[in-house]
Design a protein around this ligand. Structure first.
Ligand SMILES: Nc1nc2c(ncn2[C@@H]2O[C@H](COP(=O)(O)OP(=O)(O)OP(=O)(O)O)[C@@H](O)[C@H]2O)c(=O)[nH]1
Ligand SMILES: [Mg+2]
Length: 476
């Protein structure tokens, strides 16, 4: 293995309260000596947070370390291998999050002989190579970092905890057990009676079922990482854009009292309790388009509505002549009809009655119950009802997320290995069913075993590792 010591920032470039850097390898103690001096080096204890002043030795005047320029006062922790993330000696540094400080620390650390900048995913790669985790777990580290919602995060944590690795290990053991028996039969083929094909068939079928069920659990990144989409729609001037701004807490979208202010739909990202979503503000949909451009805008609104996971109809509650009037409940039918287009009404998942600061509440509650659906009174001005709205969005867009006990795989590589295993199992089964030479069956089972072992990385190649870790962030 690469014996060089590696260093990299773990936090993104830019200004922050605190940044973090990690050094891993045999030169870690030398780095401590260089940055913090002889006494820090001699008294270095693992897993102890130390507050210290890091200095740039290269600026030493009169040979005295104390005269060297201060880089930062910071916290550091030393982890002694093999009890560290990578399994090697590791030093973690937590300086202030100023890019100048981070750069200087990197420069000084790299000036130690045998230290270089880490490649993407190199820490996790070393963790794998040193047996700190298997390949499934290593891949799930990226999932933990990139999960877009609670459900994905929970799954990633279970993968990291070894839930899948354990399943695969059990299957591998079963395959090895069968292989061992088969090979025995190969050796004693002359003396023994016919092999017990029926018994093998049953066992291999059970393995097949397990492999297939893991394979079926695969959710590609496109499916998993697709953010839920909520779309706001309604008549022109209903207050849709103002509502997006209020939800974001910033004046992101142009708002005016001129109907038809929003032309193109505008997409923003919003964080709800369950995870991140896409929220889209659309151009108002009127009964009739005022001109050709207006017609195009309305068309666009309908297009994005067709993709929505949640359609939120915004109705201007202050508009006495409008579709909704708070004093009548028969307004409900017309709420829908105000966005009825030539073809068909667009049925909302939720109706919000906007501008509640301009009219009296029909009841003490901010929920207006209609014939079937529930609507919320909201005001972008006072903030009334915004929390109820985000709760309603969260409940709809992240339904059942936390209760799910499903475990799914996300890695294309793991999927390919499982497919190979499955194909091998199928070939084995068809061989068994036609009672051929036991050597052939034993050979196929070996392929199955190898495919399963590559999932967790018991068998791996440089190419495979290269591919996996190239997709990681630097510093992980
Ligand atoms: N008092 C009050 N006025 C609001 C509220 N929300 C929006 N308005 C006003 O209503 C007018 C229209 O608001 P917009 O947010 O631009 O409405 P829109 O639905 O995006 O309109 P289009 O883009 O034209 O479809 C603006 O003058 C806003 O200031 C509210 O909660 N209270
Ligand atoms: Mg608008």
């Amino acid at each position: 293995m690469d014996s060089q010591t590696i260093v990299a920032p773990m936090t993104p470039a830019g200004v922050s309260a605190i940044a973090a850097l990690r050094v891993s390898g045999s030169k870690v103690r030398e780095v401590v000596r260089l940055l913090f001096g002889e006494s820090a080096f001699k008294n270095l204890k693992p897993r102890e947070a130390k507050l210290a002043t890091a200095r740039d030795y290269r600026t030493v005047v009169n040979g005295e370390r104390k005269t060297a320029q201060i880089i930062d006062s910071l916290l550091y922790i030393f982890f002694e291998g093999p009890n560290s993330y990578t399994g090697e000696d590791v030093l973690e540094l937590y300086p202030h999050g100023n890019p100048i400080i981070v750069r200087e620390l990197l420069q000084v650390i790299k000036s130690v002989e045998g230290v270089r900048l880490a490649e993407p995913g190199e820490y996790t790669r070393r963790a794998f190579l040193n047996g700190r985790m298997d390949l499934v777990q290593a891949e799930s580290v990226a999932d933990v970092i990139h999960s877009a919602n609670r459900a994905e995060l929970k799954n990633a944590h279970r993968l990291l905890g070894g839930a899948l690795s354990k399943k695969v290990k059990t299957l591998t053991d079963q395959v090895m057990d069968i292989s061992a028996r088969l090979e025995l039969d190969v050796d004693f083929a002359e003396e023994e009676a016919d092999p017990d094909y029926a018994n093998w068939e049953k066992k291999i079928e059970a393995i097949r079922e397990s492999v297939e069920s893991i394979l079926k659990s695969f959710k590609g990144n496109a499916a998993v990482r697709r953010l839920p989409l909520a779309v706001l729609y309604g008549a022109p001037n209903a207050g849709k854009s103002s509502l997006v701004n209020a939800l974001l807490g910033e004046d992101r979208i142009l708002v005016s009292n001129i109907p038809g202010t929003t032309r193109d739909f505008v997409e923003v990202r919003l964080f709800l309790a369950g995870g991140e979503i896409r929220l889209v503000d659309t151009a108002g949909i009127a009964d009739k388009a005022t001109d050709a451009l207006d017609a195009l805008s309305m068309e666009k609104s309908k297009e994005i509505l067709a993709e929505a996971d949640m359609k939120i109809l915004v109705v201007d509650g202050s508009d006495k002549n409008g579709a909704f009037s708070s004093s009548s409940t028969e307004g409900r039918g017309s709420i829908i009809s105000c966005v009825r287009n030539s073809d068909e009404a667009i049925h909302p998942d939720l109706v919000v009655i906007s501008k509640s600061d301009l009219f009296d509440a029909p009841s003490s509650s901010n929920e207006v119950r209609g014939s079937s659906d529930v609507s919320l009174r909201i005001s972008s001005k006072t903030g009334e009802g915004l929390e109820s709205l985000t709760n309603a969005m969260n409940a709809r867009l992240f339904a059942n997320n936390d209760e799910s006990e499903d475990l799914w795989i996300t890695s294309e590589r793991e999927k390919t290995c499982l497919e190979e295993a499955l194909a091998g199992i199928d070939r084995t089964l068809s061989l068994i069913r036609t009672n051929p030479a036991v050597e052939l069956i034993a050979f196929e089972m070996q392929l199955v075993r190898r495919a399963l072992q590559s999932i967790t990385g018991e068998i791996s190649s440089e190419d495979v590792l290269q591919k996996i870790f190239a997709g990681f962030c630097i510093g992980k």
